[in-house]
Design a protein around this ligand. Structure first.
Ligand SMILES: [Zn+2]
Length: 89
């Protein structure tokens, strides 16, 4: 099964709380199964049951079996529920 990696973003005030641009921060990294009708697009729900709407697609995709489903460097943001679901596949 193809897995799509999604980033849940949260818009927040800039660090100076000034009137400048809001910054987006990664809140969590989730995974969703690819939509069977449009492979390459995520289905409606992540493995942890969240709507994929509004989430940002991450270009990372595990290319071989046994490879981590999440991109290197974001392990501390990975969703534990998605992680568990993917481990039991
Ligand atoms: Zn998740």
């Amino acid at each position: 099964m193809k897995i799509i990696v999604l980033t849940e973003l949260r818009r927040a005030l800039g660090d100076d709380f000034g009137p400048g641009e809001a910054v987006t921060r990664a809140e969590a990294v989730h995974a969703a199964p690819a939509d069977p009708d449009t492979p390459g697009d995520p289905g409606g729900k992540t493995f942890c049951g969240l709507s994929t709407e509004g989430m940002d697609r991450h270009p990372y995709s595990p290319s071989r079996a046994g490879q981590a489903w999440y991109p290197a460097g974001v392990s501390r943001f990975r969703c534990p529920t998605c992680d568990k679901a993917l481990r039991s596949l």
